[in-house]
Design a protein around this ligand. Structure first.
Ligand code: NAD
Ligand code: UFG
Length: 337
């Protein structure tokens, strides 16, 4: 049974990926410093799968801690989620973002190299496409960034491609996620945002449960069918399954591959709001506001490469994504403790 180290494994996408890994027969070791998640997530993973992953409360900035994990375990591959992810915050505190997302990641890659573990799946983002010239977005489109968070993703991609050039034994999957939403159908794990959410669906969830008064729709004058921004929302469980497919591929091929993980469908802000109203069974108030600085009109994935290379495609539709988000919200009014 292959042993997989999951950094950021108690976080939103990491926890769902741990569930899929265990269910696919992998042995999972979780590393997380619990900056943005709770150790209680491990019990939830156990409730779903029957297995509680081995856990290290370790920071990727701690080189010795990383070395110890590789010394104590025979790790076959790493899935690397650990990092900070708030775009706006990254503009305020760029050095903190570069330290955590770049220095921390380099520490991890060094520890892997020392231990002879050269198979990695990396969490990148569609943000590396900047303002795409057209949709659907293919992996060979030009890349650029507009904020420090995006730059950390692009720099990690570049670092890892250089590592693959320097040593052809490395195998690296650069997974460019579109907009992950939803929660595990059990309602046991999901996204627990800190403070007032920045992202659309966590915000709508709080309007639906009465914590926030109304949704602010950032602009209805975009060149899209209803004027509101269009994104490729993907169910977090589909995204997690994409990691299993990517891992299988990485274990059999060398070199670096960039792959979009999206559904290939775009939904507008108002379409998502209406799907959520359907899910929670009530009308949700909203107000049209100014455009949010830095936002693009539309963004959705070309999914052909993921299908051809990995044999993976997303299955859940937008209604299921909203239903599972609402189910998690109702079952966990205080998050996961
Ligand atoms: P998350 O915050 O829920 O999970 C990240 C986890 O990493 C958290 O549990 C946090 O405690 C941990 N962590 C942060 N810094 C750490 C450090 N120095 N050492 C150890 N652990 C640390 O975020 P998520 O939504 O699950 O995102 C996972 C990854 O996917 C991130 O790298 C993120 O940038 C990327 N990503 C997320 C999205 C999204 O919309 N959620 C989109 C594209 C890419
Ligand atoms: N939106 C609103 N009101 C809100 C929040 C969002 O109208 O309160 C709109 C945005 O203007 C946008 C859409 O909803 O049109 C989606 O916004 P999100 O903030 O949920 O997601 P983004 O597409 O802006 O960004 C997300 C992640 C980034 C990642 C990017 C690219 O947050 O980390 O996708 O994949 F880089």
């Amino acid at each position: 049974m292959a042993v997989i180290l999951v950094t950021g494994g108690t976080g939103y996408i990491g926890s769902h990926t741990c569930v899929e890994l265990i269910q696919a027969g992998y042995e999972v070791i979780v590393l997380d410093n619990l900056y943005n998640s709770s150790e209680a997530v491990l019990n939830r993973i156990e409730t779903i799968t029957g297995t509680k992953p081995k856990f290290y409360k370790t920071d990727i900035l701690d080189k010795e801690g990383l070395r110890r994990i590789f010394a104590e375990n025979k790790i076959d591959a790493v899935i690397h989620f650990a990092g900070y992810k708030a775009v706006g915050e990254s503009v305020q505190i760029p050095l903190t973002y570069y330290e955590n997302n770049i220095s921390g990641s380099v520490n991890l890659y060094e520890a892997m190299k020392e231990a002879g573990c050269k198979t990695l799946v990396f969490s990148s983002s569609a943000t590396v496409y900047g303002s795409p010239k057209s949709c659907p977005i293919r992996e060979d489109f030009p890349v650029s960034t507009t904020n420090p968070y995006g730059s950390t993703k692009l720099m990690n991609e570049m670092i890892l491609q250089d590592v693959c050039v320097s040593d052809p034994d490395w195998s690296v999957m650069l997974l460019r996620y579109f907009n992950p939403i939803g929660a595990h159908p059990s309602g046991l794990i999901g996204e627990v945002p800190n403070g007032i959410p920045n992202n659309l669906v966590p915000y709508i969830a709080r309007v639906a449960n009465g914590t926030l008064e109304f949704l602010r729709v950032f602009g209805n004058d975009y060149p899209t069918p209803d004027g509101t921004g269009v994104r490729d929302y993907i169910h977090v469980v589909d995204l997690a399954k994409g990691h299993i497919s990517a891992l299988r591929y990485a274990m059999e091929h060398k070199g670096a591959e960039k792959i979009n993980l999206g559904t290939g469908n775009g939904y507008s802000v108002l379409e998502v709001l209406h799907a959520y109203e359907e899910a929670c069974g009530k009308k949700l108030p909203y107000k049209i506001m100014e455009r949010r600085p830095g936002d693009i009109a539309e963004c959705w994935a070309d999914t052909e490469k993921a299908w051809k290379l990995l044999g993976w495609k997303a299955e859940y539709d937008i209604q299921a994504m909203c239903e599972h988000s609402w189910n998690f919200t109702v079952k966990n009014p205080d998050g996961i403790r």
